[in-house]
Design a protein around this ligand. Structure first.
Ligand SMILES: NC(=O)c1ccc[n+]([C@@H]2O[C@H](COP(=O)([O-])OP(=O)(O)OC[C@H]3O[C@@H](n4cnc5c(N)ncnc54)[C@H](O)[C@@H]3O)[C@@H](O)[C@H]2O)c1
Length: 338
């Protein structure tokens, strides 16, 4: 089988997951990597001697290697320029890490560039492939708790870095229904930044989907600190709870049996979520059809996050589409409004 040639930009932590993902596929092979830091290139080449070409300049790599697929594994403020460059270099598909970017203006640059070159853009919300969520979604879809009313999510961490996954999962359980409005509040006292952008200390958000489903999310230090990506689904006829990281189970109560019924899951027995993310990206490029980690979906998540910030700024709910194209959190911090 001929293998798609893959190049990775940014050889830090998450690049290892991309190596594992691409490496699990018969039809892909990582042939090059780029990082601005020589120390990272050295570490990477010791760990993955099978990757033949390493570069300090990612643009040179794109130019010389002309990869079929590009993984963008850098911090969010760099995603737009790197996706634009990979699309211009002729990549068929791009697996860009989450969060897609810091602002809707940047997301739109990425989408426009990919549409112009015919490149398929995927965003790394690979948790949609985690078994505990997919099994719970399958139970929801066959009506085990009746019609979905509310989704609650608990996630320590911050909205951009961590709750980008939680909000994407809210969208997943709500069948990607468009959002009608968002009401949010954030607290930002410590002035922290992560992955090259400012983050809040705590956030609460209420997301009203057009389908009528409501989403509620608690992040940062207002969320129980033991909870990372824990989800609760309330339906007309029952309830499902899905464990967070380190809690590989989901459980259901619905009147079919007395009390809660718990299902343990073994993610590693299945294909790992990153391999599913890359496998289906290749399938999407080759065959078209639907894909669950699209750039448009990544943008929808950034739109909700920035609507939470803007709602906090305006002290009112934000109806979507959001016409605010900057990063409201960065703006509020620059203006001493938090
Ligand atoms: N999908 C997930 O579950 C998941 C998990 C962890 C992190 N992430 C995301 O992955 C992204 C990267 O996180 P990380 O933990 O790997 O960060 P990291 O700091 O470990 O790695 C980033 C790498 O990018 C390199 N870099 C910086 N500027 C560069 C440039 N101009 N050209 C080439 N390389 C450059 C850095 O030297 C570094 O090696 C973030 O957006 C983060 O939110 C996603």
């Amino acid at each position: 089988m001929s293998k798609n040639r893959v190049a990775i930009i940014g050889l830090g932590g998450i690049a290892n997951a991309h190596m594992r993902g691409w490496g699990a596929l018969d039809n892909a092979k990582v042939v090059a990597g780029a990082d601005i830091a020589q120390s990272q290139l050295d570490k990477f080449s010791n760990k993955y001697p099978e990757v033949p070409q390493l570069f300090l300049d990612y643009r040179r790599m794109l130019d010389e290697v002309k990869p079929d697929y590009v993984s963008v594994c850098t911090w969010p403020p760099l995603h737009a320029e790197m996706v634009e460059a990979a699309a211009a270099a002729g990549a068929k598909g791009i697996a860009c890490e989450k969060p897609m970017a810091n602002s809707l203006a940047e997301c739109d640059r990425m989408l426009v560039a990919c549409r112009a070159s015919g490149t398929k853009l995927a965003i790394g919300h690979q948790r949609r492939y985690n078994l505990r969520y997919t099994e719970a979604k399958a139970a929801l879809d066959v009506g085990k708790i009746g019609a979905l009313i509310e989704i609650q999510s608990l996630c320590r961490g911050d909205l951009f870095t961590d709750a980008t996954h939680s909000l994407d999962l809210l969208r997943f359980f709500a069948d990607d229904s468009p959002v009608e409005w968002v009401l949010g509040q954030v607290e930002c006292k410590t002035g922290r930044s992560r992955f090259g952008h400012e983050v809040e200390d705590a956030a609460l958000a209420f997301v009203s989907f057009q389908s009528g489903v409501r989403g509620l999310i608690q992040t940062g230090d207002v969320s129980p600190q033991a909870a990372y990506q824990r989800i609760m689904l309330t339906g007309t006829d029952g309830r499902i709870e899905i464990g967070g990281d380190g809690e590989e189970y989901w459980r259901i109560i619905n009147g079919e049996q007395a009390g809660w019924v718990t299902h343990q899951v073994a993610q590693e027995a299945a294909l790992n979520p990153f391999a599913c993310y890359m496998r289906d990206l290749i399938r999407w490029v080759d065959e078209g059809g639907d894909y669950i980690l699209t750039g448009e979906g990544g943008r929808a998540t950034i739109e909700i996050i920035n609507a939470v910030f803007e709602s906090s700024h305006r002290r009112s709910r934000m109806r979507l589409p959001l016409y605010v194209t900057d990063n409201p959190l960065a703006r509020m911090l620059a203006n001493n409004e938090l």
